[in-house]
Design a protein around this ligand. Structure first.
Ligand SMILES: [Zn+2]
Ligand SMILES: [Zn+2]
Length: 356
C-alpha cells in the first residue's frame, strides 16, 4: 500500500512509502481509505514534539511513537477484508473509524473511556493512520455507520466533531443565556459553536484572530464575536459578554489564551482546555480557591460520544462545517499541514482517496 509518512524520528519531511498492505487477522478489519481529515494535531506530530513551556519539549519518540509514522485519524473508508473473528461487518460497506483506541482491559477502558486509557494506542499516532490508501482497525466495534451522511463531513467527526462535542458537554448544562466563550473558531472551535447551539445553548461568544472565522461562527450560532487581535482580550470579552462568564472552551490553549480564559471566569466558573499550541500559564492560586474555579483538560472523546455526534448530524441538528477538498497524495498531505500552520483555513481540510 502507499502511505504518506514520516520515515524516521528527527525528520519533519513526509515521503511516499510503499508498505506491505496488512492482511487482517483475528477481529481486525481492513479498510480502503476514501476520506482522511487533516487535523492540527498532525502538525505537532510532524514536528516531533509538544511545547511544554519552560519545561522544554516533550519528544514523541520518547513517548513510544513508532516510525515510519503514518498520521491521519479522521478516516472514512470502505471495508475491504476482515479477519475470521470480525463479526457483523459487511465487505463493501462505508464506515467512519473511531481512532482513540485503548488497551481494552484496564478500569478506564472497562468504563468505556478508552480515550483516557494510559496504554492507549491511537490510530494515526501509535498505529498507522489514514494518510495512506489502506488502514487496519483492530475490531469492528470501532467502525461507525454513517448512513447517508456526506463522507467528507463524517470524517471530520472522528476528531474535530468528537473533540467539540466532548468539550461542549463538559461545560453544559448551563442556563442557555449564560455566555460560553469559545476561543479559536477554526475547524474544531467552529464545530463546538455549532454543537453548543444544537444542544440548545443560546449565548455563545466566539473569539478568533480571523474575521472570516468569526463570520463563519456567527452563521453557525455565535451570538457575540470578539477579535483576538489586540491587547486586553479578557477585558474586551468581559465587556462584550457583560461578564464574568461561567465557562470558556479554549481551542488554542497557549500562554495568552489560557491566561485570558482564567481572567474571564465568574465564581464557580470552568475553563476547558483543548488546544495543543503549548506554552504555560501562571495563575494567582488564591483566586482559584476563592472563586472555586475548575480547570479541565479535554482530549478527543469516547466511542459513545462519537455515536452521539453522528446521530446529531443525521438528525440535521448540527450544520455541515465548511470542508476544503484536497487529494490524498504526498503533495495533498504536505500542503494541507503547511496551510494549517499558516492559519486562516475556514473549516476542515479533508483529503479524498482515489475511487479506483
Ligand atoms: Zn485531531
Ligand atoms: Zn485501557
Amino acid at each position: 500500500m502507499q502511505a504518506f509518512a514520516i520515515s524516521e524520528s528527527g525528520t519533519t519531511e513526509l515521503s511516499e512509502m510503499d508498505l506491505p498492505t496488512p492482511t487482517p487477522v483475528g477481529t481486525e478489519v481492513l479498510l480502503k481509505v476514501t476520506r482522511s481529515g487533516v487535523c492540527h494535531t498532525d502538525t505537532h506530530l510532524r514536528a516531533g514534539y509538544y511545547d511544554l513551556g519552560r519545561r522544554g519539549h516533550m519528544q514523541l519518540v520518547d513517548r513510544g511513537v513508532p516510525y515510519p509514522l503514518v498520521m491521519g485519524h479522521e478516516v472514512v473508508g470502505v471495508v475491504e477484508a476482515a479477519g475470521p473473528d470480525a463479526s457483523g461487518i459487511e465487505i463493501g460497506s462505508t464506515r467512519l473509524v473511531y481512532p482513540w483506541i485503548g488497551c481494552g482491559e484496564c478500569a478506564v477502558c472497562q468504563d468505556e473511556r478508552e480515550n483516557a486509557c494510559p496504554r492507549g494506542r491511537n490510530i494515526g499516532v501509535a498505529r498507522p493512520g489514514g494518510y495512506a490508501d489502506h488502514l487496519v482497525v483492530p475490531h469492528p466495534r470501532y467502525l461507525v455507520d454513517i448512513g447517508e451522511l456526506d463522507p467528507s463531513w463524517a470524517a471530520t467527526m472522528a476528531c474535530s466533531g468528537l473533540t467539540a462535542y466532548s468539550a461542549a458537554s463538559k461545560v453544559l448544562p448551563l442556563p442557555s443565556d449564560d455566555p460560553v466563550v469559545v476561543i479559536g473558531v477554526g475547524g474544531v472551535g467552529l464545530t463546538a459553536v455549532a454543537t453548543l447551539n444544537a444542544l440548545g445553548h443560546n449565548a455563545i461568544c466566539a473569539v478568533d484572530m480571523s474575521e472570516a472565522n468569526l463570520a463563519a461562527a456567527e452563521k453557525l450560532g455565535a451570538s457575540i464575536t470578539v477579535s483576538a487581535d489586540g491587547q486586553d482580550l479578557s477585558a474586551r470579552v468581559l465587556t462584550a459578554t457583560n461578564g464574568p462568564v461561567a465557562a470558556v472552551i479554549d481551542f488554542v490553549n497557549n500562554d495568552q489564551t489560557a491566561s485570558a480564559a482564567f481572567d474571564m471566569l465568574a465564581k464557580g466558573g470552568r475553563m476547558v482546555q483543548v488546544g495543543l499550541f503549548g506554552g504555560e500559564v501562571t495563575i494567582p492560586t488564591a483566586l482559584l480557591t476563592l472563586k472555586m474555579l475548575t480547570i479541565e483538560g479535554s482530549f478527543v472523546g469516547t466511542l459513545s460520544e462519537l455515536h452521539k455526534v453522528v446521530e446529531l448530524a443525521q438528525e440535521g441538528r448540527v450544520p455541515r462545517i465548511p470542508v476544503v477538498d484536497a487529494a490524498l497524495d504526498l503533495a495533498g498531505v504536505t500542503h494541507s499541514l503547511d496551510r494549517l500552520i499558516a492559519g486562516g483555513v475556514t473549516g476542515r481540510i479533508v483529503l479524498q482517496g482515489s475511487t479506483k
